[in-house]
Design a protein around this ligand. Structure first.
Ligand code: FAQ
Length: 337
C-alpha cells in the first residue's frame, strides 16, 4: 500500500514517499484511467497528475470569478428589467461555478486561501478573454454567445475528465452555461433585427470578441506544453486546436443567421473537409495578454483585490458564526458529562 502522507510543495499537497511513485502504483493508476474509472480524492495519483489538476481547476475557478467583472459592469445599465434579471442571474451563476471549482481543487489538498493568494498576487493565470473591456450592451450579447459558447465547447468534454470531483462539477456548470449562451445569442438576435444602429453595435461586438474567443482555447497544439500529458491522463479529452475548430464550425452558421460578418477575410467553408477554415490567429496578442499586458489586466486584478479586502468582514463574521454554532452544538454533550 502507498502511504497517505502528504507534503506541501508550492502549496499543493503531493504524495510524499518516493515509494508511492513506484512503477506498480503508476501502472495501476494508468490502467484505471484507461478503463475510464474516475479517480477520487482519496485514491493514489501521481504527484504530477495532482499538480496538473490543481493548476487547471484553480485557473478555471479564477476565470469564473474574474469573468464576473466584465458583465457585472453592465448590470446597472441593462436595457430592461428582464435583461437585468437574466444578467444578474448569469453573473451569480459564474460566482457559483467558481465556488464549485475551488471546492473541487480543495479535494486535491490545496487550501482556498492559497489559491486566492496566487490569484491576488498575479501568480496564477485566468482566462485571457476576461482582460478585454465591455464597451456597449452588445458586448453582453457577444460574451454570452461567443465566450460562453467557447466555454461550453471546452467544458462538455470535461464532464468526462478523469478526476471525479472536477467531472461532476462540470455537469452542472455546463447546464448553466448553456442558458448563458442562449441569453447571449438572443441579445445578438434582437440587436441584429433592430435599428441600423443596433445592428452596427452587434457587428462591432462580434468584430472585437471573435479573435479573443478563439484564443480562449489556448495555444496551437504544437505549442501547448500540457496537452499531450493531459490527454494521456484523460484530463483533457480533445486538443486545443480540435476544440477551436469545433467551435468555429458551430458558431459561423449562427453568425450568418444573425446577418453578421466575421472579421476574417480568410474564413471559408471547406466542403471536402466539412469545416470552416479560418485565418491566422494573432498569437503575439495572446502572449501579451498572458504576460499581463492586455487592455484590462491591471483593472481586473485591482478590482478583485479591492473586493477581497472589502469582503474581509464577511469572512470574519462567517468564521465567528461557525465557531458559535460549534460551541452551541458541543454544549449539551458537556452538560451530559
Ligand atoms: N488564457 O499547455 P496549454 C468561462 C495557458 S471559463 C490564459 O495548452 P492547458 C466561463 C495555460 O494555462 C474559461 N492562459 O495548457 C465564463 C498554460 O500556462 P501554465 C476558462 C491560458 O492547461 C463565461 C499555457 O498557457 N476555462 O469562460 C489560456 O493544457 C462567461 C500553455 O497552455 C477553463 O479554464 C487562456 N485562454 O490548456 C465565465 C477550462 N490558454 O498553466 C464568465 C479549463 C492556455 O503552464 C463569463 N481549462 N493558457 O502557466 C482548460 O481546458 C485548459 O487549461 C486550457 C489550456 C484549454 C485553457
Amino acid at each position: 500500500m502507498y502511504t497517505q502522507a502528504l507534503n506541501q510543495q508550492d502549496g499543493v499537497a503531493t504524495q510524499a514517499t518516493p515509494a508511492s511513485e513506484d512503477a506498480g502504483a503508476v501502472a495501476r493508476f494508468e490502467a484505471r484511467v484507461a478503463a475510464e474509472d474516475k479517480i477520487e480524492p482519496n485514491d493514489w495519483m501521481p504527484a504530477a497528475y495532482r499538480r496538473t489538476l490543481v493548476r487547471q481547476i484553480s485557473q478555471h475557478a479564477h476565470s469564473e470569478i474574474i469573468g464576473m467583472q466584465p458583465e457585472g459592469n453592465w448590470i446597472t445599465r441593462a436595457p430592461s428589467l428582464r435583461r437585468k434579471a437574466a444578467l444578474l442571474a448569469k453573473v451569480q451563476d459564474e460566482g457559483g461555478h467558481g465556488l464549485y471549482l475551488y471546492a473541487a481543487a480543495e479535494t486535491l489538498g490545496v487550501s482556498r486561501e492559497e489559491l486566492y493568494a496566487q490569484l491576488l498576487s498575479g501568480k496564477a493565470k485566468y482566462s485571457s478573454i476576461f482582460n478585454y473591456p465591455t464597451l456597449t450592451w452588445a458586448d453582453i450579447g457577444a460574451i454570452g454567445w461567443l465566450v460562453d459558447g467557447a466555454a461550453i465547447m471546452n467544458q462538455i468534454p470535461l464532464c468526462r475528465t478523469s478526476y471525479g470531483p472536477y467531472a461532476r462539477a462540470m455537469i452542472r456548470v455546463c447546464k448553466e452555461e448553456s442558458f448563458h449562451q442562449r441569453q447571449g445569442y438572443e441579445i445578438m438576435l434582437t440587436l441584429s433585427r433592430g435599428t441600423a444602429e443596433q445592428k452596427a453595435m452587434a457587428q462591432d461586438a462580434l468584430d472585437r470578441w471573435w479573435w479573443p474567443s478563439l484564443m480562449m482555447f489556448g495555444p496551437p497544439d504544437g505549442e501547448s506544453q500540457h496537452s499531450d500529458q493531459s490527454m494521456r491522463w484523460k484530463i483533457k479529452r480533445f486538443t486545443n486546436d480540435d476544440l477551436r475548430q469545433q467551435f468555429v464550425d458551430a458558431t459561423v452558421p449562427q453568425g450568418h443567421h444573425l446577418g453578421l460578418t466575421f472579421p476574417d477575410p480568410e474564413l471559408r467553408f471547406d466542403a471536402e473537409g466539412g469545416h470552416w477554415r479560418f485565418g491566422a490567429i494573432d498569437w503575439a496578442e495572446f502572449k501579451a495578454v498572458l504576460a499581463g499586458n492586455g487592455p484590462c489586466n491591471r483593472q481586473r486584478l485591482k478590482t478583485r483585490r479591492n473586493a477581497h479586502e472589502s469582503g474581509a468582514w464577511v469572512r470574519e463574521a462567517a468564521l465567528a458564526h461557525a465557531a458559535k454554532r460549534r460551541a452551541r452544538a458541543a454544549q449539551p454533550a458537556r452538560a451530559a458529562e
